[in-house]
Ligand binder design. Structure first.
Ligand code: HEM
Length: 196
């Protein structure tokens, strides 16, 4: 008997987005119905996604969002320092002082705290991660990144007080440091070298 081909109207009636949502593998389960063997594999190859696995993925999602906010704040802040260092117009300097203060206080600082808390939160859910050399190397670079973050505060205050600051060239070199650290950190966590 020839296989039953779905009626054209049936196929057309199922918008692509609905098909995609149905296949979305977040929990490996959809209300009351288990989806295909491939998706029923949980985190780290476990037979099923446990609530802790879901928590881990939610923490990782929020972690990456916090990372993006922290990097956006820090990279823009050091760029503003470069412009501020060479700016002679008092009105523009005053505006830069306010932009730098807001960027540091309301974006970079809370995003850094959230990145740390969510990152450590994942290691609390999966304490075995602390056996991983890539995480040791990653945290070492994050500590350096946090040092650069804290070094921005006295620099911001000196610029605000029109006090002496490093030369234009030095400010431009300083501006590249968070970028290089970010590249190293992301490479370590995605490539996971020396993983055990
Ligand atoms: C001390 C602070 C941090 C800790 C403890 C930490 C820890 C972690 C852990 C445990 C993961 C999950 C790894 C996995 O399941 O594959 C992760 C993911 C990630 N982290 Fe961090 N992290 C920290 C800071 C940062 C920073 C500063 C950046 C970027 C500049 C960053 C970028 C990422 C990215 C992009 C991922 C997702 C990787 C993936 O999906 O494969 N993290 N982090």
């Amino acid at each position: 008997m020839a296989p039953v081909r779905p009626r054209r109207s049936d196929v057309a009636a199922t918008p692509r987005i609905v098909t995609l949502i149905r296949q979305f593998p977040l929990s490996g389960y959809r209300r009351g119905r288990r989806l295909g063997p491939k998706i029923s594999r949980g985190l780290h190859g476990r037979a099923r996604m446990t609530p802790m696995d879901n928590l881990y993925l939610v923490l990782k999602t929020l972690h990456v969002v916090a990372v993006i906010a922290w990097m956006a704040g820090l990279l823009y802040l050091f760029r503003l320092f470069v412009y501020h260092g060479t700016e002679t117009e008092p009105v523009v300097r005053t505006r830069l002082v306010e932009w730098e203060r807001r960027l540091y206080t309301y974006i970079a600082n809370p995003a850094m705290a959230a990145t740390w808390l969510l990152g450590l939160g994942m290691t609390a859910v999966q304490p075995g991660l602390w056996q991983q050399p890539w995480l040791h190397a990653k945290v070492a670079l994050v500590v350096l990144m946090t040092g650069v973050h804290h070094a921005a505060l006295p620099l911001r205050r000196r610029l605000a007080a029109d006090a002496a600051v490093p030369s234009d060239v030095r400010l431009r070199i300083l501006n590249e440091v968070p970028t290089l650290l970010m590249i190293g950190i992301v490479a370590l966590v995605i490539l996971k070298p020396w993983a055990r």
